[in-house]
Ligand binder design. Structure first.
Ligand code: GLP
Length: 241
């Protein structure tokens, strides 16, 4: 595990983007695993900047997103598909056919989860996976539990996650209770993984995940076992490590 400490959110975001920049420069047809949440927004801004200055080309890149709320279609402003279009895809030269996100609008969970695993498989796995961390240690929407789920599954969001994510919705009742998420097996199968963590609110869980025991009760702790995992965190997020 490599830990890169930065002064603040801005420098964290640039550093994470530069790692992705190196990946795509060295392998223009990279498969990037992408994440949502507030943590990677700055990373996407820096990637857009690198693209706009002509230094980064996404024309051969393929992407697989971690997760999507069950019941939300791509046109829903709260969907992760919408988030990704708004923050990244609409601002770079990625081919629309190269974008993959679980189809939240498919009510048939087993069909959609199987389809998504086949997508990941058909791409030959993930070259670089970008992650944030939930306040309870979730990655993607792999919530704390008794085991590390291997493949894409439909998960019931915990109260802590609903509480944390309600800021994006008008009312807490509007937060979907279920989501489709890539499994821990697919995440751990990525050739390299970069996590961004920022702010005091993440300090406690960052400590539990990376200085504590490996346990499915803290899903991110499994990343300690990955051969090429980099945590890019600002001073506040790393303050308890
Ligand atoms: C959501 C996403 C996660 C993300 C987490 C943290 O639950 N499913 O992928 O890591 O939020 O979000 P934030 O970066 O806003 O704290």
């Amino acid at each position: 595990m490599r830990i890169l400490e930065t002064d603040d959110y801005g420098s964290m975001s640039r550093k994470a983007a530069w790692i992705i920049f190196s990946q795509v420069t060295l392998k223009p047809d990279s498969v990037l695993g992408l994440a949502t949440g507030s943590s990677p927004i700055g990373t996407y801004e820096e990637l857009v900047r690198l693209f706009s200055s002509g230094d980064l080309d996404f024309s051969k890149v393929k992407t697989v997103n971690l997760d999507e709320y069950k019941g939300l279609g791509p046109e829903d402003p709260q969907s992760y598909r919408y988030f990704m279009n708004y923050n990244l895809f609409s601002k770079i030269n990625i081919n629309q056919d190269s974008i993959n996100i679980p189809r939240g609008e498919d009510p048939d969970a087993s069909r959609e989860c199987l389809r998504y695993d086949r997508v990941i498989e058909s791409l030959g796995g993930i070259d670089l996976q970008l992650l944030g961390i939930g306040r309870n240690g979730h990655i993607g929407f792999n919530e704390p539990g008794d085991s590390f789920p291997k493949s894409t599954h439909c998960t019931a969001l915990t109260e802590s996650t609903i509480e944390a994510n309600k800021r994006f919705f008008e009312r807490v009742q509007d937060v979907p209770r279920f989501a489709y998420t890539m499994g821990i097996g697919s995440i751990m199968g990525a050739k390299s993984i970069v996590m961004v963590a920022s702010g005091k609110a993440k300090a406690d869980i960052v400590k539990k995940a990376f200085a504590g025991p490996i346990t499915p009760m803290v899903p991110a702790s499994v990343l300690q076992l990955h051969p090429c995992f980099t945590l890019v965190g600002d001073k506040e997020a790393l303050s308890q490590l």
